[in-house]
Design a protein around this ligand. Structure first.
Ligand code: CP
Length: 333
C-alpha cells in the first residue's frame, strides 16, 4: 500500500481497496479511543484551512471538531477573508499557492470540480474534497463505516440507493462515490432513480471494472421495489444527473421552472415510506447523508423508526474525517 501522507483526497476513484480499508480501520480505532477518553493528538501544531462554497452543517462541524480532537486547528477561509469571489483581486492559483505555505491541509467544498482539481494541482499540501459535483468521498467513507459497524464487512451486502424527491438539486457526488465504494469493496449496489436522474455513467463504468475483481456490482433500476428486495441497507438521497447539474449553478441553486415542473411530477412516487421498507430484508437499516427533506424524500415514520441509523451515520463523519486527516496530513501509519 502506498503511503497516504501528503496525498490529496479528491475522490474514492484515486484510492485502492487496501487504502480505503486501512482508513476505515483507523477511523474505528480513533472512535474507540475517543469513547475510552484516550487522547490522540496526532496533528499537534497543524492547521487545516476550510474553503466551503456552500453551506454545510455536518462536514464543516465535523472537520473542525476533528482537528480540535487531533490537537490541531482549523481556520475558515470564506469570501470575507480571502481575495476571491466576484470582487477578486488575486488570481485563484496565487491564493492557493500562498495559503499552502502556511497551512498543512485544505478541506475544500467546491461547487465546480475544476476548482477542486486546480486547488490540488497548485497547492503543496493535501487537499481533501469536502464534497464537489463529482464525488463526496468523506460521506461515502462514513456510510461504509456505519454499515460495517451495524452488520460486519460490507462485501456481499446489498445496498439499495433510493433517489428521493426534493426541491433542492444536489449533484450526484455521493452517488458516484458510493458506486466506486461498491466496485472497490465488493458490495451489491442497486440504484433506484427516475429516468433523467442517472448518475455519471463514466463513474459507473469505473465501478463496473473494479467490480470484476472485487465481486461488487452496480445496477440502475426504475423502481424502489426492484432495488430494495433483499436489501440489507436502504440509503436515500436526492440528486440530479451530471448533465442537469452542468446547466449551471444559477439554474440549480435558484430553480429552473421547467425542470422543477418535471421533477414535481415525480413527487408522489419517489418517497421512501414504510411500505417500501417492508419489501426489504426484515433487519434492513435506513440511511440518509442529511440534510433530509422529511416526508418528500423519506417519511417521518421511517426516519423516526428503530430502523433508522441516520444519526450514527452523521456521527461517523467525525471519526472517518479524523482518520482521513491523520493519514493524509500526519504521520499516522
Ligand atoms: N452530508 C453532508 O455533507 O452534510 P452537510 O452538507 O451539512 O455538510
Amino acid at each position: 500500500m502506498k503511503d497516504l501522507k501528503g496525498r490529496d483526497l479528491k475522490g474514492i476513484a484515486d484510492l485502492t481497496k487496501e487504502e480505503i480499508e486501512f482508513t476505515l480501520e483507523v477511523a474505528g480505532q480513533l472512535k474507540r479511543e475517543l469513547k475510552m477518553g484516550k487522547p490522540h493528538k496526532l496533528l499537534e501544531g497543524k492547521s487545516l484551512g476550510g474553503i466551503f462554497e456552500t453551506p454545510s452543517t455536518r462536514t464543516s462541524i465535523s472537520f473542525e471538531t476533528a482537528m480540535m480532537q487531533l490537537g490541531g486547528h482549523m481556520l475558515w477561509l470564506d469570501q470575507n477573508r480571502l481575495w476571491v469571489g466576484e470582487a477578486a483581486e488575486e488570481d485563484w492559483h496565487d491564493t492557493i499557492k500562498t495559503i499552502s505555505r502556511y497551512l498543512d491541509g485544505i478541506a475544500y467544498r467546491a461547487v465546480r470540480r475544476d476548482r477542486l482539481d486546480s486547488a490540488a494541482e497548485y497547492s503543496d499540501i493535501p487537499v481533501i474534497n469536502a464534497s464537489c459535483p463529482v464525488e463526496h468521498p468523506c460521506q461515502a467513507y462514513a456510510d461504509v463505516l456505519t454499515m460495517t459497524e451495524k452488520k460486519g464487512p460490507v462485501r456481499k451486502a446489498k445496498v439499495a440507493l433510493c433517489w428521493g424527491y426534493r426541491t433542492a438539486n444536489p449533484p450526484a457526488g455521493l452517488t458516484n462515490s458510493t458506486m466506486l465504494m461498491a466496485g472497490k469493496l465488493g458490495f451489491e449496489l442497486v440504484i433506484a432513480c427516475p429516468e433523467g436522474f442517472d448518475p455519471d455513467m463514466k463513474v459507473k463504468a469505473i465501478a463496473d471494472k473494479e467490480g470484476e475483481l472485487s465481486g461488487g456490482s452496480v445496477k440502475i433500476v426504475r423502481s424502489y421495489e426492484e432495488a430494495v428486495r433483499g436489501a440489507d441497507f436502504i440509503n436515500v438521497y436526492s440528486w440530479v444527473s451530471p448533465e442537469v447539474f452542468a446547466k449551471g449553478l444559477e439554474t440549480h441553486f435558484q430553480g429552473d421552472p421547467k425542470f422543477q415542473e418535471m421533477k414535481g411530477r415525480l413527487k408522489d412516487k419517489w418517497c421512501v415510506d414504510k411500505k417500501v421498507v417492508e419489501l426489504a430484508k426484515k433487519d434492513v437499516l435506513v440511511m440518509h447523508c442529511m440534510p433530509i427533506s422529511r416526508n418528500t424524500e423519506v417519511t417521518d415514520e421511517v426516519l423516526n423508526s428503530e430502523k433508522s441509523i441516520i444519526f450514527d451515520e452523521a456521527e461517523n463523519r467525525l471519526h472517518t474525517e479524523k482518520a482521513i486527516l491523520a493519514l493524509h496530513m500526519g504521520e499516522y501509519r
